[in-house]
Design a protein around this ligand. Structure first.
Ligand code: CU
Length: 178
């Protein structure tokens, strides 16, 4: 009897500790809310923003991105230097996405960088991008160019007050340790 009670309590604890939005999603790893910004000309650069949900039981990591529309595609983030100036950094180790968690690639933070566009990209254009995950493998997404998009138009309630969407995650806060 005691054991049954403990298991029920444990299950309730695990459910409560999952991020709210993640509970509404089906199993698997999903990429949502994808859009790109670009100045357009061949040779220029651009950036892709999106939301990744990892509704699996396994920690994953976005390790690479590729697309025909640019000579180089890199995973970037923004960091503020000592003078308060935002700088872009190439994040070679990629972005971790813990089991049951989500990770936003958003303006002023992590993003997929397009360097040396091979074609003109205008508002409304769509193009495929291959995201490579450590566990989920290759996921092909369709990005749409939307230069008018506001930074918070996705309506996500991400706490990124310090400017780094992934810096605040501890190791024990998401009910994934067991
Ligand atoms: Cu960049």
């Amino acid at each position: 009897m005691t054991l049954r009670f403990s298991l029920a309590a444990l299950a309730a604890t695990v459910l409560l500790s999952l991020p709210l939005a993640a509970q509404d999603h089906p199993e698997g790893l999903h990429v949502h809310d994808i859009y790109a910004r670009s100045t357009g000309q061949v040779g220029a650069s651009g950036a892709i923003f999106l939301m990744i949900h990892n509704n699996t039981a396994t920690d994953d990591r976005l390790i690479a991105a590729a697309s025909d529309v640019a000579e180089r595609v890199e995973l970037h983030t923004h960091l503020e230097d000592a003078n308060g100036v935002m700088q872009m950094l190439h994040v070679k180790e990629g972005f971790p996405i813990p089991a049951g968690d989500m990770h936003a690639l958003e303006r002023g933070g992590d993003h997929v960088m397009l360097l040396g566009l091979t074609r003109v990209l205008q508002d409304g254009d769509t193009f495929p991008v291959t995201l490579t995950f450590e566990q989920a493998g290759d996921v092909v997404i369709e990005a749409v160019v939307d230069n008018a998009r506001k930074p918070d138009a996705g309506g996500m309630m991400m706490d990124h007050g310090d400017g780094h969407g992934h810096s605040g995650h501890g190791t024990g806060g998401h009910g994934t340790g067991g």
